[in-house]
Design a protein around this ligand. Structure first.
Ligand SMILES: Nc1nc2c(ncn2[C@@H]2O[C@H](COP(=O)(O)OP(=O)(O)OP(=O)(O)O)[C@@H](O)[C@H]2O)c(=O)[nH]1
Ligand SMILES: [Mg+2]
Length: 411
């Protein structure tokens, strides 16, 4: 199915929140304007400046932690789903030739003829029954409201301010409809997210060791299952190590995922040393000639020092086998934790050499905006997003789809 509609449907809570908020802001101080059939309209920057977003300053360094010295990096996206759909979805504001007064124009009788002439874009969007568009002039009040809305959508203060400032650039005083605002916002979000949307890089190392970290319940085990299944489908041989030896249930859970994905899961008795399991798993993966070894870790430890000690011990031990391992350290974040995800990144960057993020539970949350803040603040690659509990509910991160879904735009 169209992944975008799935994302849109699942991000519904986020998008409806922003969408409704934006509509309300425009409604509040806006004026209903009669349809303007000839005016080229809902394009974000209606004026001579054809590029809607002229100023790119605040993007954080887009070159994050990619492991530099490995040749042959085949960023072969495991999550494979989107591309087919995209061709049909892109230009949602089609060639809006600022139509010179069209032949069908009836000169002086605009007012009552409205329903018959919904405007080019309205017709293209099938909104022939929309008689009028409300527009509001962009002023300081409106900007402030936008900022508040974005902050409430978990974008964080700094990012919200930057985004609104960029949206306002060169547009103060302009009359904008809520569609135009959404398009501007979506373009700005896309611009921030594009540099971080990168699939998990694959290296020639065998096994390529993927350490998966994150707080308790963030979705590590589920994500490993989903990734293993996608890698397997892409022809890779995968071994999973159940490095969360704290709970017997955790091992069972991983075994279920291993069965679903059709990949072996190495386990150790409850309470045993995760580092020695990781070592055994390396040995096995090497012996099997496995392409990938994914190591699950415990999220629940007494304190940060414990967690740090455990993670660094796992790393020390696998480096005895391969000094360049782990090749990826994925931090799994739960989108429903909102702003808290920012502090988790800070903490885990200190505990481990985080190389990329997976954001889970983007379905059913109104807090998807935190991804924008994460991208803006850390610039770490976002490899994939989780949009459900099933094995195929992991998708590559697509900035345009995400921005459209978040702002409630159709694509
Ligand atoms: N809706 C939804 N639920 C998810 C997603 N990813 C994981 N979950 C659910 O989140 C819960 C926790 O997931 P786990 O994979 O067990 O999380 P974990 O990080 O391994 O947890 P610990 O092992 O306790 O640290 C489970 O009920 C999963 O089904 C997602 O993308 N969407
Ligand atoms: Mg787990």
């Amino acid at each position: 199915m169209a992944f975008f509609s799935k994302l849109k449907e699942r991000l519904f809570k986020s998008s409806s929140k922003l969408e409704e908020g934006l509509d309300a802001i425009v409604e509040e101080g806006g004026v209903e304007e009669p349809p303007e059939p000839d005016t080229p309209d809902p394009t974000p920057a209606p004026d001579p400046e054809p590029t809607p977003l002229p100023d790119p300053p605040p993007v954080p360094d887009p070159a994050p932690v990619e492991i530099p010295s490995r040749p042959d990096e085949v960023p072969q996206a495991p999550p494979v789903e989107i591309p087919v759909e995209r061709a049909t979805e892109l230009p949602q504001t089609p060639p809006e030739a600022p139509a010179p007064p069209t032949p069908l124009e009836i000169p002086e009788t605009k007012a009552e003829a409205a329903p018959a002439r919904p405007g080019l874009l309205g017709r293209l969007l099938g909104r022939g029954d929309t008689p009028a568009v409300t527009r509001r002039a962009l002023d300081d009040d409106m900007l402030e409201q936008l900022e508040e809305l974005l902050i409430s959508a978990d974008m964080g203060v700094d990012t919200a301010l930057r985004v609104t400032a960029n949206m306002a650039e060169g547009r103060m005083g302009k009359r904008l409809s809520s569609l135009e605002i959404k398009q501007l916002l979506a373009a700005e979000i896309t611009r921030i997210m594009e540099p971080v949307a990168r699939p998990m890089p694959l290296y020639p190392n065998r096994p390529q060791v993927v350490l998966v970290v994150g707080v308790n319940g963030s979705g590590k085990t589920t994500t490993i299952g989903k990734l293993a299944s996608q890698f397997k489908a892409a022809g890779k041989s995968v071994v999973i190590a159940a490095g969360d030896t704290f709970r017997a249930a955790a091992v069972e859970q991983l075994q279920v995922w291993g069965d679903r994905a059709g990949v072996p899961v190495l386990t150790a008795p409850e309470g045993s040393d995760p580092a020695s399991l990781a070592f055994d798993a390396m040995t096995r993966a090497e012996a099997d000639g496995a392409d990938l070894l994914m190591i699950d870790t415990a999220g629940r430890l007494q304190n940060r020092a414990d967690l740090m000690e455990e993670l660094s011990k796992i790393v020390r031990v696998i480096r005895k086998k391969d000094p360049s391992a782990p090749h990826n350290t994925l931090l799994v974040l739960d989108a429903t934790t909102g702003q808290n995800a920012l502090s988790q990144v800070e903490i885990f960057q200190k505990l481990a050499d985080v190389s990329g993020l997976v954001m889970t539970k983007l379905d059913g949350t109104a807090r998807g905006g935190v991804l924008v803040a994460l991208a803006d603040k850390f610039g770490l690659p976002i490899h994939a997003i989780g949009v459900g509990e099933q094995i195929d509910d992991l998708a590559p991160f697509d900035p345009e789809d995400f921005a459209a879904a978040l702002t409630g735009l159709e694509r």
